[in-house]
Design a protein. Structure first.
Length: 87
């Protein structure tokens, strides 16, 4: 499993604590993985702005790309928790 945050440009009208990010996660292709990952975001009060899920070349894995906006400090905690949930 690989979770890599990719910060994107911050719009001029957003507050400094609400920064847009993209998170790409490579997960085992099993039922319930997406639900567990989304629950981590919900518990931390992060709204998912965009979500893309696709199967990789290896049928055992999928890539999840999540677009979110929120506090960068909270994102660090989410990355740690997603690493545990996606295994």
């Amino acid at each position: 499993m690989q979770a890599t945050p990719t910060p994107t440009a911050t719009p001029a009208d957003s507050s400094p604590r609400q920064v847009p990010h993209s998170l790409s996660i490579y997960v085992n292709n099993r039922p319930g993985v997406l639900m567990r990952i989304c629950q981590v975001f919900a518990r931390r009060a992060f709204n998912i702005d965009s979500l893309v899920v696709s199967q990789s070349r290896d049928d055992r894995f999928s890539r999840i790309t999540i677009g979110i906006t929120g506090d960068p400090e909270g994102l660090d905690q989410i990355i740690k928790q997603v690493g545990v949930k996606a295994e």
